[in-house]
Design a protein around this ligand. Structure first.
Ligand SMILES: [Mg+2]
Length: 328
C-alpha cells in the first residue's frame, strides 16, 4: 500500500465515490461541508468491523465494503433518517495488493450507486494487524420524528419488517451447516448474510407517518434487540414465536431441525426494522410497507413489567437459554 501512495489511492479509488456531493470538496480538503435541511436533526452513527471478528477473512472485499456501508445505513433507517453521506476509515494490512483495493473500492461504488449515498470523507492507513474498517453514516430526520427505542407504550403491538433469521442461517449455510437444504436455498440465505438490505425507505416513511412509536433495526438478534426497546421504554415485550415471519428457506431449515428456532430468534444480522405502534396503526403501517413490497408483521405486544417473553404455539412461555436472552 505504501508503494501505491495514499494520495494516489484516494484520487483514483475514493474521490470518484464523492461525486455528486459538492461539500466533499473532491476529498481534497481537511473536512467535508454537509448542508442540513431546516427543521431537521443530524443523525450520526458509526460501526467498526474487524476481519476475523465481524466478517470472515476470505470474504470478497467488495462484499465486505458493501456490508459495512449497509449496516450503518440500517442504523439510519432505524431512526427514520434520510442518508446524507458516509465516511470510511480503512486500516489495510501492509501486504494488501492493488487488485484487492480495487475490488474493495468497487464494492463501495456499487452501493454508492444503489443507495445514492456518496462517500464524503474518511481515512486510509496501513496496519500490521488485521484489515479493519470503520464507517460513519450521516443522515437527517425532521425534528421530533426519529424512531427511538424509548418510545414504546404499554399495549403497543410489536411488528417486524421482512423475514427474520435469514442472516444467521445464511452464515450457517456459508459454514456448511445446512447440508439438507437445496443449493439455491443455501445461496439465497448466504446472500442475505453477506448483503443485508437496509430498510431506508420504509424507516423514513414510518417516521414521517407519525403512526409508529418505538423503532430500531435488528442486528443482535430479534429477542436481544426487543430487550433493548423494553429496557429503554421501561416495559416488557411478549412475542408469539409462531407469528414470526420466515422466508421459505428458513422454514425448510427449521423443519429440518426445530432447534434452529434459537438461531432465528437470537442469531442477528437481520437488519430488518423492529417497531412498536398502537393497534390502530397496524393497517395503515402495513399499507406503507406494501408500497416498498415489504411485509410488516405483528409478532406480539408490549406490556407493563420488564424483559422479553417468547410464547410457543400453545401460548406457553418458551425457555430459551442463549446469549441475548433474559427471562424475568
Ligand atoms: Mg442498530
Amino acid at each position: 500500500m505504501a508503494r501505491l501512495g495514499e494520495f494516489d489511492l484516494i484520487e483514483r479509488l475514493f474521490a470518484p465515490l464523492a461525486e455528486g456531493f459538492p461539500g466533499a470538496l473532491n476529498l481534497k480538503d481537511d473536512a467535508a461541508l454537509v448542508p442540513i435541511s431546516t427543521g431537521c436533526r443530524l443523525v450520526v452513527t458509526t460501526d467498526a468491523l474487524v476481519a476475523g471478528v465481524h466478517f470472515r477473512t476470505d470474504d470478497p472485499p467488495d462484499l465486505v465494503a458493501r456490508k459495512a456501508l449497509r449496516v450503518n445505513l440500517s442504523d439510519l433507517a432505524a431512526m427514520g433518517a434520510k442518508p446524507l453521506g458516509l465516511l470510511v476509515a480503512a486500516c489495510f494490512p501492509k501486504d494488501v495488493d492493488e487488485s484487492w483495493l480495487t475490488r474493495f473500492a468497487k464494492g463501495l461504488a456499487q452501493d454508492k450507486a444503489e443507495f445514492g449515498v456518496p462517500i464524503i470523507g474518511g481515512d486510509t492507513v496501513s496496519t500490521p494487524g488485521p484489515f479493519t474498517l470503520a464507517v460513519t453514516a450521516l443522515g437527517e430526520v425532521e425534528e421530533g420524528r426519529a424512531l427511538k427505542r424509548s418510545a414504546a407504550q404499554a399495549g403497543d403491538v410489536i411488528m417486524v419488517s421482512g423475514t427474520i433469521g435469514d442472516g444467521a442461517l445464511g452464515l450457517d449455510a456459508l459454514e456448511g451447516k445446512l447440508a439438507n437444504l437445496f443449493e439455491d436455498e443455501r445461496k439465497w440465505l448466504a446472500d442475505r448474510y453477506l448483503l443485508p438490505r437496509p430498510r431506508l425507505e420504509l424507516g423514513q416513511a414510518l417516521a414521517a407517518s407519525r403512526k409508529a412509536h418505538a423503532g430500531m433495526d435488528i442486528s443482535d438478534g430479534l429477542l436481544a434487540d426487543l430487550a433493548h426497546i423494553c429496557r429503554a421504554s421501561g416495559l416488557s415485550g411478549i412475542v408469539r414465536v409462531q407469528d414470526i415471519p420466515l422466508s421459505s428457506p428458513a422454514r425448510t431449515a427449521l423443519k429440518d431441525d426445530p432447534k434452529r428456532i434459537e438461531r432465528i430468534l437470537a442469531g442477528g444480522d437481520d437488519y430488518e426494522l423492529l417497531i412498536t405502534a398502537p393497534a390502530s396503526s397496524v393497517a395503515p403501517l402495513q399499507e406503507i410497507a406494501a408500497r416498498f413490497r415489504l411485509g410488516l408483521t405483528v409478532i406480539g405486544h408490549m406490556a407493563e413489567g420488564a424483559g422479553v417473553q417468547a410464547l410457543d404455539a400453545s401460548g406457553a412461555p418458551m425457555s430459551l437459554p442463549f446469549k441475548g436472552w433474559r427471562h424475568f
